[in-house]
Design a protein around this ligand. Structure first.
Ligand code: TRP
Ligand code: SF4
Length: 333
């Protein structure tokens, strides 16, 4: 029997290259060796954006479209939406009963959010009950499929640790070994920075979307930071101080692309504008197939919706089995 994997992503709308290289590509590679459950965490979105839901439905479709375009295969993996698997909420209730309050209070993500909220004024400056329970909700996501492994970024590891703690606590309280203690599975790919050298993120306006056209990609790449000390084309450049463009070359170029770029840059044989034009072509080449698929799903949202419905149905029937066991263990009526 294959080991089980569960992971999720918030519906933030169209995804960027950071999502693709940092998360989705990794998910794609796991599909053959594991029984994978990939979730769009729409309830998680509500924990902070309960008052901004106008685009939520479209955001869910966009996220799933990006996953599918990148190679998530619904024949292999179960692709679903959290709120379409309401068993999640029911498991959350049972887990919330056994989770000490200070376990969620010490969650680093929540602490950060509290700090940010305190600097604002008016509505939404306090942590709502739902947000407080978010680490337990994520635990419910994972334990609902009794996953063995949770592929996440480093920022989510604390949550998976909490999941292990809660799983162990449940097993102790009810004298069972029902729940696995799932392990975080870190991927070892290097993070792609944004066009301005900071972390790539939608809200920082420094991202390249998976679904961006080649033209938009090229235009964005032209804004990428290079070697700040290089003023003129005949100044020798310093690839290692080229903050963004050369880093992208290292991600998207072949060994020989990278060597040639380094050499021509250091010998002032290539200007930064030309260099970035070439880089944009490289990126567009790599993304071409994915974008073709992406455009298909953009034109056929009904196909995406069908995949979501089927996947969520499949996830539900598995979830119901686990939940039945849990209720038995807790001795519910
Ligand atoms: N909390 C994760 C994030 O903000 C998303 C998420 C929701 C998740 N449920 C999950 C990740 C379950 C892993 C497993 O990015
Ligand atoms: Fe960076 Fe290329 Fe300019 Fe060199 S030539 S500084 S690698 S953009």
């Amino acid at each position: 029997m294959k080991q089980r994997i569960m992971s999720g992503m918030r519906p933030t709308g169209k995804l960027h290259l950071g999502h693709y290289l940092g998360v989705i590509d990794n998910w794609v590679k796991l599909q053959d060796d594991y029984d994978c459950y990939y979730q769009v965490a729409d309830w998680h979105a509500l924990t902070t954006k309960y008052d901004k839901t106008e685009n939520l439905r479209q955001d869910v479709i966009d996220v799933v479209s990006d996953w599918l375009a990148c190679g998530i295969n619904p024949e292999k993996s179960t692709v679903y939406v959290q709120s379409l698997v309401p068993e999640t909420a029911e498991l959350h209730i049972y887990l919330s009963m056994i989770t000490p309050q200070n376990w969620v209070e010490r969650d680093p993500t929540l602490k950060d959010m509290a700090k940010i909220l305190k600097t604002k004024e008016g509505m939404g400056t306090q942590i709502n009950y739902g947000l407080m329970g978010y680490p337990v909700l994520m635990t419910a996501d994972i334990l609902l499929f009794n996953a063995n492994l949770v592929p996440v970024g480093i920022d989510q590891v604390a949550h998976v640790e909490l999941t292990r703690d809660i799983a162990r606590r449940f097993n102790n309280v009810y004298n069972t070994d029902f729940f696995n203690e799932p392990q975080p599975k870190l991927n070892n790919c290097s993070l792609i920075c944004g066009l301005d050298g900071n972390k790539m993120g939608k809200s920082f306006n420094n991202d390249i979307k998976i679904s961006d056209t080649p033209e938009v990609t090229a235009k964005k790449i032209m804004t990428a930071i290079t070697d700040r000390s290089r003023i003129k084309k005949d100044d020798p450049g310093h690839p290692d101080e080229c903050e963004v463009a050369f880093k992208y070359w290292k991600i998207f170029g072949s060994e020989s692309d990278i060597n040639t770029t380094r050499c021509e840059c250091e010998n002032a044989q290539r200007g930064c504008a030309d260099c970035k034009k070439m880089l944009a072509s490289k990126i567009n080449e790599r993304m071409a197939k994915i974008r073709e698929k992406r455009a298909y799903y953009e034109e056929h949202p009904e196909v995406v919706e069908e995949i979501i419905r089927n996947g969520s149905q499949k996830a539900r029937s598995e979830a119901q089995k686990i939940l039945k066991e849990v209720k038995n263990i807790v001795k519910m009526y």
